[in-house]
Design a protein around this ligand. Sequence first.
Ligand code: C2E
Ligand code: CA
Ligand code: CA
Length: 750
Amino acid sequence: MQAKARPRSTEGQQYTSWDRARLSIVVPIGVIVAVAIVCIVVTVLSSAEHADKFAVDHERQLLSRAIDSYGTHILREVDSVTSTDAATHNIRDKFDRPWFQRRVALWLESFFDQDLVFVVDASGKLVYSLADRKNSDASWFKAAQPDLAPVIGALRAQAAGPPAGAAAPGDAANRQIVMVRKFLGRPAIVAAVAVGLASSPGGERTAPIVGSVKYIDQTMLAGIAARLRLANLHAAGEKPAARREFVYALRDPAGATIARFAWTPQQPGADIVNSVVPFIAVALAGFALLAMFVLRYMRRTAAAISAGETRLRHLAMHDPLCGLPNRIFFGERLEAVIEEVREGRPPAAVFYIDLDHFKEVNDTLGHPVGDELIRNVTLRLSHTLRGDDLVARLGGDEFAVISSVGAEPDKMLTIAQRLIATICAPYLINKQTIVIGASIGIAAIEKKSGDAADIMRYADIALYRAKNEGRNRACVYDAAMDADLSNRKLLEADLRHTIENGALKLVYQPLVNNSGAAIVGVEALCRWTHPQRGAISPAEFIAIAEHSGLINELGQWVLRRACTDGLAWPGVSVAVNVSPLQFRRSDFYDIVHRTLTETGFDPARLELELTESTLIGNAETAEAAMIRLKALGVRLALDDFGTGYSSLQYLRRFPFDKLKIDQSFVSSIEKAADAAAIVHAVVSLGRGLGMKVTAEGVETADQHLFLRAAGVHSMQGYRFGKPMTAAEITARLKAPATGRPNDEIAAFAG
Ligand code: C2E
Ligand code: CA
Ligand code: CA
């Protein structure tokens, strides 16, 4: 039942709030770390790319410079063998073929590894040609005209101009040129020197030209590659570069591509990436691991906190003693049910349960027993109710139930009766039998019932009514009770005032012997005359006093007053009514003892009138208290016998000196045969148990006669005297007894 009443929604909110808290920490940290990692990766990749680009650029420049330096080199070789005076003489002045062959061509061809050596005279005619170590015919010359013309043209144009820079000694005689260009369809370095230019003024037109061609072939490329460490350098042809290859386009001075060289460039970036990647991977794995640990830790912490919160909430919403939902929980649930009913769900009802005599159990048997009793009551209530009903402990001895029974009074009362019967069945705690009672106030929850506070007030009013109607009862609230209650509250305040001011009055009703001739005792009865409302019946104000706790002060006052007044009536017993609430107090014995001592009243003349309800709740304690009181010499009477449980067991068990047959029996003697039979039976029972029997409410002579015949010891009633002041009792006692006391007493009683 309690489980069903758990406020799930609020717990759900707790979980989401925890998730939110977790997100608010973990997500930003995760995002920051992820962004940092992405930044690092991007930086590494882009710097790797930069490094690669830089490396390729560098290698391209190296290649380009290597080819250029080949040119310079070749030119220097050609120049070195053509710039001597002998060369000027043998080439320019008069072309000496054998000399040239020996000292220039073979030199260039064999030692310097040129591919083609030739001489062109001033008229542009080929005078010498050597290719592949043999005097070649001139057939290539024609084919090479387009390739050669720009070189020779450029050289002659240069020769016509002023000398470029200071010529080195010895070679000042020549003008020279080197060009990288296509030669006979192949990429080549073409070097040319105008021989003996310096020594023949105006000779720029007549100077023969010695030329040399070196093809940029695979051998040259291999040499460059080895020197520059260019991997896999080769002529690339027209095909696009293979993967990871870079292509360099070699251009002639006019800008036309003469060859494409490809090689596999070094990739320092890739190396960087390769060496950094494992590090990043390890860092990432580390981070992931750390994140996992942090998340797990946080999840655990969150779960622990959430569990703690749930526990705290449970503690805050439940009664620690019995585990039932508490007042706060009940209030929340009540509001929810009210809302549901307003929205069209069927009506429900609140049962406000107050245990009778719980306080006494607590006071007399101790709190552990009281606690155990509460737990027992809890169990029984839980078992009696339906699954979707809620039972809560509102505090002390107050419980409340929200039931979906509906708002029909009959049904509500049936349930209430069942609850009362369950609670009232005897409990066995610590080997002691404990009987308690319960009063229930019921308020229906309907569409227009008002809010939770209203409904609880209605239930409280109904409870008040139930208690005043005699306990172990249930009452359903109706609007008329409201006025009644406020009326009672006013009366309660007035009564408190009256007691404090000592303004209550005590009257005494005589008890006469069975002949009615002699007053053998008096019963003290309390009177309250309200300044505005006049006389208020004891039935009304005693109930108010009991409900408000004022009964203790009232009872003490009555006892003291009666003992004081009784001093004036020697030989007459004085009976005082004791409310169950008074009797159950642990200090009751002391109060009686003190009052007797202080007033000097003879205990043997004091008679305490108890009702059966005094004994309900805890027979053992009641019995013990009775025994102590009797030890003082005080006598005990069982009042109103026949109205309550009329339990013969009680009669047998408890040490009563007297039994007072309730006036309801007496008044029915003449009308109902069974009433007469019962009176007979009770009298003989009392006598059998050694008790005195008194009949109350004797009003007629017939009743008197019947009771006298039945064997009643004493009688009380209007026939013998209405309650009267102490002074009147004193006067009555002093009046001389007549031969026909009955009539006189009756006449006196008026
Ligand atoms: P009770 O103890 O049964 O008192 C007897 C009641 O019967 C008295 O009512 C008395 O006036 C009434 N009575 C006596 N003879 C007759 C009769 O011939 N006919 C009728 N119809 N009634 C008769 P009262 O004084 O109104 O008291 C009502 C109840 O209030 C008492 O019932 C008693 O239980 C309670 N009560 C009165 N004074 C005190 C008190 O000082 N302390 C306590 N705890 N209860 C008191
Ligand atoms: Ca009485
Ligand atoms: Ca009585």
